[in-house]
Design a protein around this ligand. Sequence first.
Ligand code: KIV
Ligand code: ZN
Length: 500
Amino acid sequence: MKAKIFDTTLRDGEQTPGVSLTPDEKLRIAIKLDELGVDVIEAGSAITSSGEREGIKKITSEGLKAEICSFARAVKGDIDAALQCDVESVHLVVPTSDLHIEHKLGKTRDEVKTLAIEGTEYAVDHGLIVELSAEDSTRSDLDFLTQLFKEGINAGAKRICACDTVGMLTPEKAYDFYNNLSKIGVPLSAHCHNDFGLAVANSLAGLRAGAGQVHCTINGIGERAGNASLEEIVVSLYSLYDVKTNINIKMLYEVSKMVARITGVYLQPNKAIVGENAFAHESGIHADGVIKKAETYEPITPELVGHRRKFIMGKHIGTSALKQKLEEMDLHVSPEKFDQIFNRVKSLGDMGKCVTDVDLEAIAEDVMGIIADKVVELEELTIVSGNKVTPTASIRLNINNNETLEAGIGVGPVDAAIVAVKKGIKDLADIELEEYHVDAITGGADALIDVIIKLKHDDNIVTARSTQPDIIMASVEAYLSGVNKILSDEEAKRVKEGDL
Ligand code: KIV
Ligand code: ZN
């Protein structure tokens, strides 16, 4: 058996509160979805706005493999708007529950049936494939729903779709519901919402019951609690049901991250398949098991979905994971030093801190006594900042026993200080600040500030940190510590080349 994937990230997914995509963003996502292998891309709802039509048109002009579809209500204006965008199909929607028919539309069942038939005929006459969809169908009268679908098919609809609009199904009910509709005998889609966290389970039950296609979104984004998540459905089908799709599973993590970045809807870390913790192991027992044989605590390999395994350095850490991590970092330590590092990680964990890679490197370097020589030292730093002055910094540095005095302005005091530092270290002024993280370790206005930075010079990337009560001092000290690391690496490289 093979299941078809109808992706509605760009329509139902875009209905996520706060998400609004530009035409170019829609195009970028559509190109990725096509590469991923989805069968249908619901590119939007053409009637919505001119920007929406521009986005859909860009997608249909791209010559993608997937069928490009527009959402349309069963009214002429919506179908005409879809036609203007050159889509291949319409997802033609009418509500079928009495609740929606009476309270939302103020119409009767017969009027809605007529709308569905006439809308289908109009779209088919204009060359569109019609997937006739019933909104709130899981709260509709089944006989009426079946009748409406049958008449829609007589009018030319090629596929039907039953929507669990407010996520009221359970997997058991979903099985019976979709099984009944599958008897109509045309391709059937399950469109499930996640109000009770059951969208994926219900979609899978729908597929088992005879639906051949599921509607889903990347990361499960969508109205309220969202839609069924594409990655969870596809990987469950592949790993648990042995059902194939056209999806290139290896791309799932990459596509998930791209959609999160563009929509600004970031994932909870424990999101199945694509969350940051989906393959992260903290407990010593788990990490040890995974190092010996990954299947002990991983149902699928992270590589299957293009993700990666992580061992978390916290208070539950075990020796195997720490050994592996230090080896990955190319840090070779004696058994005594290893114990010291292990205990430092544990005690930081007890203080409620999770040890990042940068932390671990700093702890290991400290324990091993690897501290870069201080070629550049801070002698004096003065900052002027406020609401009516340009943030200005003057800095006195001691570089190889020579003093240098420089000043800089910036968008804020930290920026001004870094500008002044860069002027002071002329030879290394082309250093790039790749990352800058600030964390308040303790609470209150007098919190200890932890600054972690990543600097790049030529091919060398170093990380450095400083923890101080003053954010500007912490930033400058972290920066200078990184500069000293780069100088020390470059000196070591010169010595090595001289040796050869
Ligand atoms: O969930 C739903 O009912 C829908 C329809 C409007 C197609 O998204
Ligand atoms: Zn929906």
